[in-house]
Structures are given as C-alpha cells and as structure tokens.
Design a protein. Sequence first.
Length: 246
Amino acid sequence: MDDQDGYFGERVAAAYDESSADMFDPSVVETTVGFLAGLAGGGRALELGIGTGRIALPLARHGVPVHGIDMSRAMVTRLRAKPGGDAIGVTIGDFATTRVDGTFSVAYLLFNTIMNLTTQAAQVACFRNAAAHLEPGGCFVIEVMIPELRKLPAGQNVVPFHVSPTRWAFDVYDVATQATSSNYVEVVDGRGEYRSIPFRYVWPSELDLMAQLAGLRLRERWEGWTREPFTSESGRHVSVWERPAD
C-alpha cells in the first residue's frame, strides 16, 4: 500500500460513514459513549484510530476532552468537516507508535481496529503505546470481533458476508498465521472492481498477554457495550485493561 493514508484513503473515507451505517446508529453510539464516559470520569480520552469521529464527537459533547491519533488524513478531513470537529485535537501517525502530550484516563480502540495492525509485534506495540499514555488507574478499551473460524468447513478458507447481483464481499483466513483479509468485488456499469484490505485476527487470551507485557491487567470483559456476559457463543467482546495505580 503506497497511499500515505494506508487503506483508508480518499475513496474509502468518502463513503465510510455510509458503508458503516449500522455502527453510526444512535443506539450503538450512545451506549458506547456512555460506557467510555464512565471510565473517563473527569479525565481525558485518547482514541486510537479516530477516523471520521463516530465516537469522538459525541464523547466530546458528553463533556470528555478527546484527542485522537490516525494515519488517514482523508478520514480526519471528514471529522474536521463535522460540527465540533475543529475542537478535537488529532495527531497524524501510526497509532501503534505515535506519542502525544499528556496522560489520559481512558484510551480506546474500537470496531475491530486492532486488526488493522497486521503483525503480532505491531499489536503488542499498540498495547505498550496505549499504556504509556495512561495515568495510574487509567483504562485501555478494545472492541473486536471473535474470529469466525467456526464457519470454515474443513479445507475451506473463505467466509462470505455479502452476496448480491452487483457486489460480493468475503473474508479469507490463514489459520496458520492469523492473517486475514476482507475482499470486495463490485460491478459498476458493467465493469468489475476488486479491493482487498489485510488484517490480523487476534484472540481474547492473546490480547490479555499483550496487556500483561504492557503492564496492564484485565479489569472486565463483556460481549457488548451494555455489559452482556461474554460467553463461548459471543461474536465479539469489549475488553477493559487497567494500568495499576502507583
């Protein structure tokens, strides 16, 4: 990927909010913001992968000072164009390694974004970076899917998630390396276009070890933002690790 914005350049940014409309549903946003605001208390929040401001903007309206890190200038331009977007500080850079000034009560990485880091080393670096920004007692929150390997019959490595006469979308898994990719084929005016975005899936237990390496400990894990119990049937989890108080 040669684009300085990575896989979230102008074309993706222009359609991002519409393509992720379910995640912009007010009920989803409100429960997420309420959860994070409770962790922030009266402190500051750091969003890793702030994107177009889906959570940062309403969280700021909730009275929580928010700073963001994102590689994609195209996504941040959309954030800036929204009401209140100019008031949120954003640092352009790789959220796994980019440092910003000050400390935070909560850092968060949502909507499977930890998987955008495509190596284990980068994911470990992300935990260490988040931990370095937290004040004592502060929390790091991740929302991420559980890999859908149970949907793979023996010998198959593809899971389709959208099929229509003009659009096909499917995930490809490599269970040996935990590499995966989301792939899209779209037919527009009789012409086919193909796009692929790489990810690295990661298990809850692996994330807990990454947290331990960063000096964090698991505080709570839920299936979702309304604190539904996390079970073996859960398709995602919201996990909170905390930096021990000095």
